[in-house]
Design a protein around this ligand. Structure first.
Ligand SMILES: Cc1ncc(C[n+]2csc(CCOP(=O)(O)OP(=O)(O)O)c2C)c(N)n1
Ligand SMILES: [Mg+2]
Length: 221
């Protein structure tokens, strides 16, 4: 869950809901100060979108026209609470107007729609025109924790999670655009599985950090 690879520009996920907006803001400010025409993307949930830091980050990004895309994975639930219990507007995108930048809602399970919206937002950011908020409507496959009985979901949502699988949908739609043979599709699947297996094997082969490393990178004021 908490993956990071700074060499690829992935600054890391963390367990503090909403913090990605502040980290993304800092990354975007760094890009602007260094004069780099890149853009930062902060991923967060619709629950996180109501935290104080998300509002502060969006406001500051707007004032400084920072190159950042606020990407909200709006998956209907935050912990065990449905969207309507914790968000006051039908769409998170409405909030962007309060900061004076565009808010775009997309079907988060449609790869093409997401790609198009993020491309537009990234180009806008790189042109120095400031942030965009994207709300990708999607669904949450799993419970909040292992063993969560998910009684707060509809039976359909709970029992058929893969009905909402964007990869399955992408494959179906891509086959209509590019003339893949069954063998080519199977080769792509095999390659993907092999890369995942290699990554798991590599991670499993690493040794546990030494107890002395416990305080490494811990900031003491
Ligand atoms: C600051 C903070 N408050 C509360 C929590 C406990 N918590 C963990 S996940 C979560 C809900 C997050 O919901 P959402 O942003 O919609 O993300 P999702 O889990 O749906 O991807 C909460 C409240 C936390 N980790 N950090
Ligand atoms: Mg959520």
């Amino acid at each position: 869950m908490h993956i990071a690879d700074v060499s690829k520009g992935v600054l890391g996920a963390n367990g503090i809901v909403g913090q990605s907006t502040g980290l993304g803001l800092g990354a975007a400010l760094s890009l602007q100060v260094r004069g780099l025409a890149h853009c930062a993307v902060a991923f967060f949930g619709e629950g996180a979108s109501s935290t104080g830091i998300a509002h502060e980050a969006m406001n500051m990004a707007a004032i400084w026209r920072l190159p950042i895309v606020f990407f909200c994975e709006s998956n209907r639930y935050a912990e065990l609470s449905p969207y309507s219990a914790h968000v006051s507007v039908p769409s998170i995108t409405a909030r962007a107007a309060g900061y004076g930048f565009p808010g775009v809602q997309v079907d988060g399970e449609d790869v093409f729609e997401v790609y198009e919206a993020v491309s537009q937002a990234a180009q806008r950011a790189r042109r120095g025109e400031g942030p965009t908020l994207i709300e990708a409507k999607t669904s949450r496959w799993h419970g909040h924790y292992e063993g969560d009985p998910q009684v707060y979901k509809t039976a359909d949502e709970r029992d058929n999670p893969s009905r909402f699988d964007p990869l399955v949908r992408f494959e179906r739609e891509a086959v209509g655009i590019v003339d893949f043979t069954a063998a080519e599709l199977e080769a792509i699947r095999r390659e993907a599985r092999a890369r995942i297996d290699d990554a798991v094997q590599w991670a499993s082969s690493l040794s546990e950090p030494a107890p002395a490393a416990l305080l490494e990178d811990v900031y003491e004021g």
